[in-house]
Design a protein around this ligand. Structure first.
Ligand code: ATP
Length: 933
């Protein structure tokens, strides 16, 4: 870029300015004020039902009950508010982990700093996909367009030239730019707009819809039962007041008050665990959606491969050259015929000139010969002469371009004229290279004086620069070879490309042309397409990018988990196929489809790509979007990775957009639901595992909560069915004490259960949280067992106290019996919590101490139980007393009984649904495997 001499601010100046202007952060606008969030906890559907119950209680002349119900709403609301705030803080902390770094010129060098550190006067260096960190005035631009849609609604990117203004929050859609920051933080236009923006209500996610469904079902049941009980009580001659009391009790018993906040907290814990494995979710609900992913579209470079590029071959018309060198070190060796070596050096030099990615030594902090390197060659001295550690060299910018830089250095000694020690330009270009006598020691390559740059864009698949009176071009072979003059040579090169790509190499073609008189002018109005014609092919560069270590294992896991994986790449079909083979993405010969062959019809497209291990190559961003839609149309829950500027729409469209934290663009990260901090495909699978675990956990505590409801409801049913002959075993206040007292902590602990070993060994599930299997378990097994023991304990104490059918027992005896029933429910719920840890394995096979939080929760539950029972005002208000030995014995017996019944039920179901069905591919056994957790 011309004019790169700008030195920007010094670090000291920047610090001084920051002391005046503050950090570059938008004033925090919480979308919903705290008081409204707090109030929301008292106005949701469950709460409204309870308010209704309180009013009824008051009308019926039972102020104590009204107060108790109000207390429940308040305690529960505060609890829920606290949980949701905790979850929101966890989510906010996770967002802070997102890298928001910008390149800025400080002390004359380009460095990356936290976007919050930017101050007015800073010169930021931007490239396609970068977000403007603050308001700024462009000082240099290269084919630069900016997407300002978020501020103006204008969907077409706006071209920018020096002197134009840019706004914080907008994205560079194309090209490169430098811009001087004019306003930061609260003084930006974005801050002004953000504070005006009305609340944004995103559409409900699948989980939210599912929870609403549960709330609706349970509320309808609670209301229906309440009314039915009221009518039955009146019919059997109960005074109206008592009938109301029962109706309220039944309704309150059916509402799992603690459910919603537990779900939120469970999602937050899932998100935190994902963050621990380098997967950041940008909204909590994505945790659950990830668990139901059925299809992953992944790109290749950096996700399946390491994105550590190395040029290993250069093809030239004079012959092939093999290159050797470690990492991004400028040192290395080359082998080939002398003429080929010279041509390879020229090819690498030209390719490097048409690139901005550079190698740079970690410790020295500078490029071997580039801008800011001090005396030419000083950084190289250490490497060449003293054999510095190659691992010190890192890529700055695009790793592929940095690899070209390394190759240009490694080949420079072979450049025409280099051996004679002449200070010749490697490519006879105007800037040339300072070659060294000592063979193998890389000379410092000067930065070419680029007069104009036509940045890489995925539609052209080329990048070119004007250096002196030459145009230097590098890009995808098809796109460059088609523009070469010598057709015979282009054909020859095509054949070479196929061979290199089949070895898994990413291939770039490098070409040049004279811009001497007669050539199209380089005036700003000339498009790159007009210039990039009649090219002279210099050579082909083959880059190696080894697969990531964990990828084959992760792909196997995905397959086992019934998730299909497709590679969607912009790269050459043969390169993509080779990587698919190397990583095990495809078992056998991969099916490779080229972008240009994709059908326009959505149904046909879906059918074509909906298979495991398929490779779609040379894909455009629009095609990525079409693929996402087609797969979703086929019912897939789709996770799609993307890192480029144009990937935003596809990431938005996918159920889970996945962006790269390390290498991706800001645009992709903003559009994504999940950001992989390590860019690694395996991390997606780890996140899916945690997502599935979270979904299972929600089912766990849903089972747990609902079982308690059965036990709470039974006394009312027995009372009604007996025509009032059996006294009420539990009163409304006891029900409330169970719901918001003893039940909450174990439910939270179940929400923190770790993923089971077989979470990834079953196909993805797309079923309701509240489904047949769960209802059978709750209402057919766990609930009835608890209820039988609860009523058994109640009856045993009454019977022992001399009560007989039809008699009205003494209130003191009822209190003892009720205490026994209450104790039974609490103890049975403890056993139930352990049973709910798995839907397939009995509690005694699970390792009692695995979930430490549950142990603490159960201990706390015991303490609470004692607190509730201990004679005193609380026990008096609840209307019970500590159970006598007979009641206690039945209560204690409930513990093994619940565990045993649960174990037997699991075993029976396991047999009935097909024991041993373990493979994801065994569709006939699907339902069996689905039930596992
Ligand atoms: P992958 O799936 O491997 O990540 P991609 O989808 O990101 O690939 P693109 O970056 O769009 O692919 O690149 C498509 C092709 O364009 C590459 O195969 C390469 O030939 C060419 N190409 C990529 N980057 C550049 C660049 N900076 N300059 C010139 N050509 C490039």
């Amino acid at each position: 870029m011309p004019g790169t001499e700008t030195r920007g601010l010094s670090t000291a100046e920047a610090r001084r300015v920051q002391a005046e202007t503050g950090r570059n952060e938008l004033p925090r606008v919480r979308q919903v004020p705290a008081w409204r969030r707090f109030a929301g906890q008292f106005t949701h559907f469950f709460a409204l039902l309870l308010w209704g119950a309180a009013v009824l209680a008051l009308v019926a002349g039972m102020p104590q009950l009204a107060v108790a119900v109000v207390a429940v709403v308040v305690v529960n609301g505060i609890f829920a508010f606290a949980q949701e705030e905790r979850a929101a803080h966890a989510a906010a902390r996770l967002r802070e982990l997102l890298p928001t770094q910008v390149a800025v010129v400080r002390d004359g060098r380009t460095v990356r700093v936290d976007a919050a550190e930017i101050v007015p006067g800073d010169v930021v260096v931007l490239t396609a996909g970068d977000r403007l960190p603050a308001d700024a005035r462009f000082v240099e631009t290269d084919t630069c367009t900016v997407d300002e849609s978020m501020l103006t609604g204008e969907s077409e990117p706006v071209p920018k030239t020096p002197g134009d203004d840019g706004f914080g929050g907008t994205f560079l859609a194309n090209g490169d730019a430098r811009a001087e920051v004019t306003a930061t933080g609260a003084r930006t236009r974005l801050a002004a707009i953000a504070s005006l923006t009305a609340e944004v209500q995103p559409p409900p996610t699948p989980l939210q819809r599912e929870l609403r469904r549960i709330v609706r079902i349970l509320s309808a049941v609670a209301l229906g039962l309440g009314v039915a009980f009221c009518l039955v009580s009146i019919a059997i001659g109960t005074p109206l007041r008592d009938a109301f009391l029962f109706a309220i009790g039944v309704a309150v018993a059916m509402i799992p008050e603690g459910l919603l906040p537990t779900v939120t907290l469970s999602l937050a814990m899932g998100a935190q665990r994902m963050a621990g494995r380098n997967a950041l979710v940008r909204n909590l609900q994505a945790v659950e959606t990830l668990g139901s992913t059925t299809f992953i579209c992944t790109d290749k470079t950096g996700t399946l491969t390491q994105n550590r590029m190395n040029v290993v071959e250069v093809w030239t018309p004079e012959g092939g050259v093999g290159l050797d060198g470690e990492g991004y070190s400028p040192e290395g060796t080359a082998e080939g015929p002398p003429a080929a070596l010279a041509r390879a050096a020229l090819t690498a030099w030209a390719g490097r000139a048409a690139s901005r990615g550079r190698i740079h030594r970690h410790d020295a902090g500078r490029h071997p010969g580039g801008e800011g390197a001090g005396p030419a060659g000083s950084a190289v001295e250490g490497v060449g002469a003293e054999g510095g550690d190659p691992a010190d060299w890192v890529a700055e910018g695009d790793p592929m371009e940095a690899a070209l830089d390394a190759a240009a250095h490694r080949l420079a000694p072979y450049a025409a004229g280099a051996a004679s020690g002449r200070d010749a330009g490697v490519g006879a270009g105007p800037t040339g290279a300072t070659a060294r006598e000592r063979h193998g020691t890389p000379p410092a390559l000067a930065e070419p004086a680029v007069a104009r740059r036509y940045a890489f864009d995925p539609a052209r698949r080329r990048e070119s620069v004007v250096v002196g009176d030459e145009l230097l071009v590098k890009g995808a072979p098809e796109s460059v070879l088609a523009r070469c003059r010598d057709r015979a040579l282009a054909e020859q090169a095509h054949a070479a490309v196929v061979g290199m790509a089949a070895r898994g190499l990413r291939v770039l073609a490098v070409a040049r042309r004279d811009l001497a008189p007669g050539a199209p002018s380089t005036a700003p109005s000339t498009t790159p397409d007009e210039l990039e014609t009649g090219l002279e092919l210099l050579g082909l560069v083959g880059l190696q990018d080894p697969p990531r270590d964990g990828v084959p294992g992760a792909l196997r896991q995905a397959r086992e988990a019934g998730i299909r994986v497709a590679m969607i790449t912009g790269d050459h079909p043969a390169t993509a196929a080779a990587i698919a083979r190397q990583t095990g993405l495809a078992l056998g010969e991969p099916v490779v489809i080229e972008g240009r062959d994709l059908p326009a019809d959505e149904a046909a497209l879906g059918e074509l790509v909906d298979r495991d291990g398929v490779v779609v190559s040379r894909v455009s961003p629009e095609q990525k979007l079409a693929i996402a839609r087609a797969l979703q149309r086929r019912g897939h829950v789709l996770a799609m990775t993307g890192d480029g500027v144009n990937d935003g729409p596809a990431l938005n469209e996918a159920d889970i957009g996945v962006a790269m934290g390390a290498s991706g663009t800001d645009v992709a990260r903003e559009a994504a639901d999940l950001v992989l901090l390590d860019d690694d495909f395996s991390t997606i699978i780890a996140a899916v595992e945690q997502g599935r675990a979270t979904y299972t956990n929600i089912r766990r505590f849903l089972t747990y909560h609902l079982t308690d409801n059965v036990a709470e409801l039974t006394p009312f049913v027995v009372w009604a069915l007996s025509g009032g002959n059996v006294p009420l075993a539990l009163g409304v206040l006891q029900v409330l004490a169970l719901d918001i007292g003893t039940d909450l902590l174990p439910a939270l602990a179940l929400g923190a259960e770790r993923p089971g070993k077989d979470v990834l060994r079953r196909p993805p599930e797309r079923r309701h949280l509240l489904d047949g299997a769960l209802l059978v378990r709750v209402f057919g097994v766990l609930g009835p067992v608890q209820a039988v023991f609860e009523m058994g304990a109640f009856a045993a104490v009454l019977w022992g106290g001399g009560w007989r059918w039809g008699q009205v027992p003494e209130p003191a005896l009822v209190a003892l019996a009720s205490g026994a029933a209450f104790t039974t429910v609490v103890l049975a719920q403890m056993a139930n919590a352990f049973g709910c840890r798995s839907a397939t394995r009995p509690a005694w096979r699970l390792g009692w101490g695995d979930n430490r939080m549950l142990l603490w929760a159960v201990a706390a539950e015991l303490v609470l139980l004692l607190g509730f029972l201990f004679p005193g005002p609380l026990a008096a208000a609840l209307g019970h007393a500590p159970p006598p030995p007979a009641g206690l014995a039945v209560a204690l017996a409930a513990v093994p009984a619940v565990l045993l019944a649960d174990g037997i039920h699991k075993r029976v179901r396991h047999h009935r649904t097909g024991a041993g069905a373990s493979g994801a591919g065994r569709a006939g056994r699907r339902s069996a495997v689905r039930e596992r957790s």
